[in-house]
Design a protein around this ligand. Structure first.
Ligand SMILES: Nc1ncnc2c1ncn2[C@@H]1O[C@H](COP(=O)(O)OP(=O)(O)OP(=O)(O)O)[C@@H](O)[C@H]1O
Length: 212
């Protein structure tokens, strides 16, 4: 069996003196899609932000490729794509300008590549329109265009299906499976009825359970 990309050991997180989860252990293996499930407020976003290195209020251990993540933060960040539950789009910028800004710090790409990614998310004809004039689903699609050009092996995706129509959801499902087929791994939270073949689950709320 291949080595996990990410391993969580005995994670515990408390919010306002309430334990969200404890003794939570799981492995994220290459070639897998894992869904984090649980009711509103059970800690899905909190867990994803912990995994992404955006929240330090937790205890336990996280290993990246078998070694403590704390000692290899830059390596971890370089290999991880996190999309939060807000699209993170600047309303005054166009989709193209937003995508340029979102990718510039990591892997600057030429405009034709960015335009192709925006086309691929159904934004042909809207690439130069300020995002404030786009619908909620179109704004989400600007953020999702990153998935078409991402080379990070680990994707952490929080509620990225919000405001996306059924055709768009199917296209994203295919991208997640493609990342897994390519040897990457995806951890996703969603209230959508996502049911991919072989999908792993981490279930929060009422005592955390995991199946991976
Ligand atoms: N910065 C914060 N400070 C204090 N409590 C917080 C903070 N962020 C979240 N919480 C609390 O932690 C709990 C879990 O929140 P979280 O957003 O992780 O849940 P969730 O499972 O993603 O919910 P939803 O399905 O509604 O998106 C909630 O009770 C929330 O109020």
């Amino acid at each position: 069996m291949s080595e996990p990309l990410l391993q969580a050991v005995d994670l515990q997180c408390e919010r306002d003196e309430r334990i969200l989860f404890r003794d939570l252990s799981f492995s994220i293996l290459p070639g897998t899609v894992t869904r984090v499930e649980g009711p509103n407020g059970s800690g899905k976003t909190t867990l994803l932000r912990m995994l992404a290195g955006l929240n330090d209020a937790w205890s336990g251990n996280l290993l990246w490729c078998g070694k403590p993540r704390s000692g290899q933060r830059e390596e971890f960040l370089r290999n991880t794509l996190y999309l939060g539950h807000r699209p993170g789009i600047k309303p005054l910028l166009t989709p193209l300008e937003n995508l340029r800004a979102l990718t510039a710090g990591r892997r600057p790409l030429p405009d034709p590549v960015l335009r192709e990614a925006l086309d691929g998310t159904g934004l042909a004809g809207f690439q130069d329109v300020p995002c404030r004039n786009l619908s909620a689903g179109q704004q989400r699609r600007v953020a999702l265009a990153r998935l078409l050009i991402a080379d990070e092996p680990l994707w952490l995706l929080d509620e990225v299906f919000t405001a996306i129509d059924s055709g768009g959801v199917s296209a994203i499902e295919e991208l997640l499976q493609q990342r897994a087929r390519e040897g990457g791994a995806v951890v996703v939270t969603t209230h959508h009825d996502l049911n991919l073949p072989g999908m792993k689950r981490i279930v929060l709320g009422g005592g955390a359970i995991n199946e991976c």
